[in-house]
Design a protein around this ligand. Structure first.
Ligand SMILES: Cc1cc2nc3c(=O)[nH]c(=O)nc-3n(C[C@H](O)[C@H](O)[C@H](O)COP(=O)(O)OP(=O)(O)OC[C@H]3O[C@@H](n4cnc5c(N)ncnc54)[C@H](O)[C@@H]3O)c2cc1C
Length: 465
């Protein structure tokens, strides 16, 4: 069988992996989606209680919508906001069902290489198919050959540690019973009981930290939550942009998250501790946790810690491939300058495609959340545009692959924090988003219909465009 007749393996049946499969199908290319979880959208389901700040209209891929239409799928109101659970149940699952046996669940990819060529062998490398090692939930193993590999495996499983230097803080592992790396679901009675009336440190400065602060403030206001208090631990100081773009954010619900966190602080439900880099977790005599800073500061003991310091890509199963990754972000080198928070700080993302996502090893693409490496502010619609372009490139349609068919909303933050979960990578507020490369332009037929939240948002953003 020639390499061209082999399927394209897509790793991960999240929103971007499934969209990749749809774009491949549209182009007559056979995809095989391998998903580690038991169902499509396994990662999204783990944060099913969190409401997206994007509307339905912004998180449904246009090509997927076309595939779903004839199946009797009911399109959710594009102007409303789904939760993670809604996104998985009402969109990702029907999409996986429509793709049928092109999606295999319980299938974890544990290695990818070139057939017969480990990382160091040059000879004839580009002409060999990829070989993908799969481990199934029932214990079987398999090798799948592929003409190309699209890694859309996300970063959800590899959350960053609470430690200020990127390593786990001293005592972090020993304190695991008191630390979570996810936004707690306070509607779940067992989880609610864990935080009600307790003092909780929230570490991080992105959208998830804002969400956790808002949830804890809501708990503090409720009957069963008396005495609940949050300590918000930030590695930097508080500036005008700490709380995101607020009303200037072109995604209004994203702006509102920062405002809810600000309200939690202003109303006394949370105290902010700034310039604090966690060096160690110690226990006091009652078993509560004391956060010790790199500068020797010790915080009042807390009962619980919610560490929301961002995610990292798991590159371990790609070790036999020749990837070109930026040394800071672990994102493809062509993409990194567009999203590096050290270089431009507004958190606004730029549409891009196969060229920015390619590697010295031809035929492997990291897409979706994983393509951003450690950079924050990934949006699903960015991923949909990535895979539209990548599928076109694999099909050899470079005209379509090079076209940019997306415009993205500005965060409204200039010279400060980005959104999403960040370990505060920016040392200085240099650059500003206006220093970032100009987005190419743009036309988008299928983005939110007139009157949706995104269109009603104030124009402008930090670049005033
Ligand atoms: C709490 C939260 C809220 C967010 N809100 C928004 C929002 O409002 N708007 C927005 O645009 N974006 C939002 N995002 C960002 C982003 O759009 C989502 O994270 C989105 O789920 C990313 O899609 P993905 O397909 O790249 O990765 P994922 O959704 O993480 O999917 C990856 C899939 O790959 C599977 N997988 C992982 N490893 C393997 C392996 N080795 N083998 C096989 N399968 C594997 C996982 O099980 C998972 O199903 C949010 C993110 C989070 C965490």
């Amino acid at each position: 069988m020639s390499t061209q007749q082999l399927p394209v393996v897509v790793i991960g049946a999240g929103p971007v992996g499934l969209a990749a499969a749809v774009h491949l199908v549209e182009r007559g290319i056979e995809p095989l989606v391998l998903e580690a979880g038991g169902r499509a959208g396994a990662a999204v389901r783990e944060w099913s209680h969190v409401r997206l700040f994007s509307t339905w209209g912004e998180v449904v891929d246009p090509a997927a919508e076309k595939l779903l239409a004839p199946t009797g799928w009911t399109r959710p109101d594009p102007a409303t906001y789904p939760s993670g659970g809604d996104w998985a149940e009402r969109y990702l699952q029907p999409l996986a069902d429509a793709l049928g046996d092109k999606v295999r669940t319980g299938a974890t990819v544990t290695g990818v290489s070139r057939a017969g060529r480990d990382r160091i062998v040059d000879a004839d490398r580009d002409r060999q198919p990829f070989v993908v090692h799969v481990e199934y939930a029932d214990g079987r193993e398999e090798r799948v050959f592929a003409r190309a590999v699209i890694d859309a495996s996300g970063t959800w499983a590899t959350a960053g540690p609470a430690g200020g230097s990127g390593l786990p803080a001293l005592g972090e592992q020993a304190a695991a019973d008191r630390i979570t790396y996810r936004v707690p679901d306070l509607k779940d009675p067992a989880v609610r009981a864990r935080y009600a009336g307790k003092r909780t440190a929230v570490i991080g400065s992105g959208a998830s930290a804002f969400t956790a602060l808002a949830y804890l403030a809501e708990l503090a206001r409720s009957e069963d939550g008396t005495g609940t208090h949050a300590v918000w631990v930030l590695r930097r100081g508080i500036s005008g942009s700490t709380f995101g773009g607020g009303t200037a954010d072109q995604l209004p619900a994203r702006g509102a998250l920062g405002l809810a966190a600000k309200a939690a602080v202003d109303k006394g439900y949370a105290d902010a501790v700034t310039g604090f880099r966690t060096e160690a977790f110690e226990r006091d005599g009652d078993g509560r946790l004391v956060l010790v800073g790199e500068d020797g500061r010790r915080l009042e003991p807390v009962d619980e810690v919610v560490a929301l310091t961002g995610f990292r890509p798991d590159l371990s199963f790609l070790d036999e491939l020749r990837l070109g990754l930026d040394e800071r972000l672990q994102a493809p080198v062509g993409l990194a300058p567009l999203i590096d928070p050290n270089q431009h700080s507004c958190g606004t993302v730029y549409p891009h495609g196969h060229r920015e996502l390619s590697h010295p090893e031809r035929g492997i693409y990291l897409v979706g959340m994983k393509s951003y490496g450690r950079a924050p502010t990934f949006l699903a619609m960015t991923g949909y545009e990535q895979v539209r372009s990548v599928a076109a490139a694999i099909a050899g349609d470079l005209d379509a692959a090079d076209r940019v068919e997306l415009t993205l909303p500005e965060t409204g933050v200039c010279g400060g924090a980005g959104l999403f979960d960040t370990p505060d990578t920016r040392q200085a507020d240099g650059g500003g988003c206006c220093a970032a490369p100009e987005p190419q332009l743009v036309q988008l037929e299928t983005r939110p219909a007139v009157g949706t939240a995104a269109e009603e948002a104030p124009a402008g953003g930090c670049c005033g465009s």
